[in-house]
Design a protein around this ligand. Structure first.
Ligand SMILES: Cc1cc2nc3c(=O)[nH]c(=O)nc-3n(C[C@H](O)[C@H](O)[C@H](O)COP(=O)(O)O)c2cc1C
Length: 158
């Protein structure tokens, strides 16, 4: 009997160590640009739900992405595309290989190809986009983000 217990103890120990290195070590951050506060609102909700820090791109350097394995990156839609600020930030990010990204946007009426453009620019830097989410007509303090939060949580736990 003690042999079985010892085996189970070792088995679980190895399993936890594997899970820690496989999932626990994935460092994630939420990067966003927001002109009037709506995208910030979504970024902060995602940050609260995933425990990943939310970083405003106007107050951090593009090199910060080197510290993270997964980027969750968001922008408002302006002129049917991502803002020039977020595109310029991505342009200045260092090249990487095999990292993952989740893209999001907020918009009033038409997002058109905004999320595809974000994913394409990120892929040029070596990121593969695993999820794209958006929210139309955000009203800070009133809008329900639960659907976005569920999708992001599931994608980051996979
Ligand atoms: C200059 C400008 C251009 C915009 N262009 C679009 C657009 O093409 N399509 C759209 O649906 N909303 C457009 N919007 C609305 C914003 O995308 C929307 O209000 C967004 O949620 C604002 O996010 P923010 O508060 O984080 O800046 C535009 C807003 C501004 C200020």
């Amino acid at each position: 009997m003690w042999k079985i217990n010892l085996f189970l103890l070792c088995f679980h120990g190895i399993l936890y160590i594997f899970l820690f290195f496989h999932f626990g070590a994935m460092k994630t951050c939420v990067l966003y640009f927001s002109r009037t506060g709506k995208t910030r609102c979504v970024a902060e909700a995602i940050s609260g739900s995933t425990k990943a820090p939310a970083l405003d791109i106007t107050s951090c350097e593009p090199l910060v992405v080197e510290d993270y394995d997964v980027l969750i990156i968001g922008t408002p839609v302006e002129g049917f595309r991502p803002t020039k600020e977020i595109l310029s930030f991505i342009e200045q990010m260092p090249q990487t290989k095999g990292k993952k990204a989740i893209v999001f946007c907020t918009y009033a009426l038409w997002k058109v190809g905004t999320l595809k453009t974000l994913a394409r620019e990120l892929s040029k830097k070596g990121y593969s986009t695993i999820l794209s989410v958006s929210k139309r007509g955000v009203k800070p303090d009133k809008t329900d983000f639960s659907s976005i939060l569920d999708q992001v949580r599931r994608a980051t736990e996979e």
